[in-house]
Design a protein around this ligand. Structure first.
Ligand SMILES: [Ca+2]
Ligand SMILES: [Ca+2]
Length: 127
């Protein structure tokens, strides 16, 4: 993307994002936020200022789910264990890797262990 068109300022819920920590590119064409947390959810937009004026993008709504919230209903519950195991057995039957929770070695029993550890951690922390 051409970054010489103007000045960029990314915003979350109308507030300018500050560079540093987990936020990179808050005043460039490409915004990156690493190690996303629930508090990162919100409406993101960018204001571009150029010699001929200022424009605001339409906002993009970003939703953050807990990693173990497999059914993505914003709640960590036993239903997510059932959803995860359904994915896991599907992988075993179909040779897919949708339940490769630890991102290592395809779908194996180690992924169930990793999922359950994350599930308990999410329950405890509210993630
Ligand atoms: Ca859930
Ligand atoms: Ca795996």
């Amino acid at each position: 993307m051409n970054t010489n068109l103007g000045l960029y300022q990314w915003r979350r819920n109308g507030q300018p994002l500050v560079e540093g920590g987990r936020v990179f590119g808050s005043t460039s064409a490409n915004l990156t936020i690493v190690n996303i947390v629930h508090g990162d959810a919100g409406q993101y937009d960018v204001v571009v200022t150029a010699p001929c004026g200022t424009v605001e993008s339409f906002p993009a709504v970003v939703t953050v789910y807990c990693r173990s919230d497999i059914n993505q209903n914003a709640d960590v519950s036993s239903a997510d264990i059932i959803a995860y195991l359904s994915l896991w057995f599907g992988d075993i039957a179909n040779g897919t890797a949708l339940a490769d929770f630890n991102s290592v070695g395809g779908t194996t029993s180690a992924d169930i262990t990793a999922f359950l550890a994350a599930w308990f951690a999410d329950l405890e922390s509210g993630c």
